[in-house]
Design a protein around this ligand. Sequence first.
Ligand code: ADP
Length: 800
Amino acid sequence: MLNYSPVHKWFKVPIQVALVGLLCTTNSLARDTSREYIIGTWDNPPIVFRDTSGELAGLGIDILKQVAAEHGWKLKFSHGAWPEKYDELQNGTIDLLVAIAFTPERNELFDYPEQTVINNWGVIYQTPDHDFTSIQDLQDQRIAMVTKIIHSKVFSETMERFNFPFEIVEAKDFEDVLKLLDAGKADAGIINRVVSIMKADRYHVKPTTIIFNPVQVRMAVPKGKNAELIKALDDYLITAKTDNSSAYYQSVHKWLKTQGQKPDYSWIIPVVTVFFIIILLAASYIYLVRREVKRRTAALAESENRFRQMADNINSVFWISSVDGKEMIYVSPAYEKIWGKSVDSLYQNPESWMYSMHPEDRELTQQDMADIVTSDNPAPVVREYRINRADGKECWIAERSYPVFDTSGKPYRIAGIAADITDRKLAELGLERSKAEFEAIFNAISDAVGYTDLDRNFVLVNPAMESNFGYKKNELIGKKTEIIYANKADFLQQGRRQFDRTSDIKTASYELRYVRKDGSTFIGETQGAKVYDHEGNTIGFIGVIRDVTQRKQVESELLQHRDHLEELVAERTAELSNLNRELEAFSYSVSHDLRAPLRAINGFSTLLSEEYQQKLDNDAMDYLNRIVKASVKMERLIDDLLQISRVSRADLNKENIDLSAMAEEILKTLHNEEPQRQVKWQVEKGLLAKGDRTLLHAMLQNLLDNAWKYTAKTPDAEIRFHRSTLNGTANLFCVEDNGIGFDPKYKDKIFQPFQRLHTDQEFEGTGIGLATVNRVIQRHAGEIWAESTVDEGSRFYFRL
Ligand code: ADP
């Protein structure tokens, strides 16, 4: 736009004047009389036109003729219409066109002399009753104009640009414009400056101050041709314009009727200056606007980029939808992570995010969403709701939705940010639950519980604290715990010990005397503990007080009872053991003392039966035998009783005993006593035990005696003494036989004294043997039991 600037050219003028002036002097000397130029002419008064005699006349013709005369050139005129001549100039048919407005576009097509023939511009005239001063005043007016000329075009475009309506009154030529104004058929009219000078004063019209569209009327030659013609014209005009009396000026005055007046070019400087300033301002403005647009575009792109990066990377879902929520304009990728659904699915069905919502929350949310835009005062909505994700996980969402307003203040979008707050929500719910649990427990505890701050002021008390101390909650909260201590000294001492926040004591148990509101006191067993914050700082103390007055009483009573009971037991035990000892001494002496008369009975009965056999009849002999037999049994009974008595009384003298050797010896003796018996016996070697030799011998003797006795009727009698692994019991011994056996339901009974399962006719016995065995085992803190099957044999297991 600035490539061509008339301003530049104007500034160049002085330099060119100097240069051209110099050249003129030399050129005027060179005359080329052989040159003939074809000059294109058209009617454009006062530059060129046919006069009344049909001759070409005008300012342009004068200038050309003077230049031709100066250089000795011949001129041939070719007159015609403007478009025709314009074409001929373009294709080079003519050497020069005599009048043509200068425009930058045409300057590309033709070569122009620097010098103008005349300056021309649009002028607005008006009827005398108007007083228009600016084009704004021409709104809604009737404007007379020759519509096809450049000034009319420029005027109409300007009015349109400003949106000023007006009415066109068509005129044939500029003179017709003046006639129309004169006749009052138009309010204003467009003519050019030259016409105004030449003809305006002939009509009843007056000029306005509005002038516009300055044009330079110059001559032109085909592009790249006739440079000497251009130069000659410039040389001529530069020189002529400096001299008021030159042929040029005379010609100007003649044709423009401005005789005596020097052409007034003073307007050019301000117009050009204003034009230049306008162009400069416009250029600056455009530059600034472009720069601003560029800057804002870049800022916008940057902002959009930043927004995308942020939206794409935040963990929350950012979304923008249409007001009715039926079109999703943007949703950030976090939607896929939180909802577990694709972003595309939401674009396709913008309401599908709600399908995942917990049914209880859905209705409320829909209402909230509608309220954002339908309420009188659209405002952001913040809410929390649950969604069931595609993978079945329940999530908590916190969402803030807000309306986006257009420039008229109407909401035209809804935007929102939704964040996954499941962890926080679960923590909150957990906290609420913990709190509820804590309160329930705190309130349910039957002991008085109080929580205090660091200064030992009550912060929390449970109902038991109220009832146990007779205070209402508000009578305790904020009060020093001192009010429940019966002795101030205790309060101070506790303060120094447990409630010193710097001490290492974390918990403590103590008993103190407390005082109720009514002044009564009681002993309280107290559990105290410090309460810490997450950094380990002591923030308070908790105390649990149990009234132990009653328990203390019971305890002291129990203590008394226990002491008394122990005394009593000791007394009774002493009495009993004395009695026991006496009883055993008595039974021993009785048994012992019975032996002498029994021996007498036995001896004399034997004597009688042997010495008086001949003198006694059979009955007497039978009675006598019975007496002998009974006394023998009696003797055995006494022996057994003495044995059990001894076993019970004897002091234990423990040593390592080889039970195998002991059993072997007993069995051999039994065999020697009844060598006719065919009994196979088997004793496992190395069966050792620690115990009293006499007592263990009595035990083994009784068990093996029985085995020997109760196999008497068994053809292939067998007796075994061995270690048993029954039930995995260690050091378990077993005396086993394959004799007569017994009914197992009596297996416990047989260990009691005098309990026999067989009659004397079947097997003789006293029924004391196994009772003795049992006593020996008891004294060794062992165990014995029997297993048996009738006719198959018996097993006696014992452990020492
Ligand atoms: P007794 O002198 O009668 O043998 P015990 O006290 O030794 O008295 O035994 C009590 C009863 O246990 C016996 O009368 C007998 O019926 C039964 N008994 C003891 N040992 C055996 C055994 N090895 N086989 C079968 N029965 C037995």
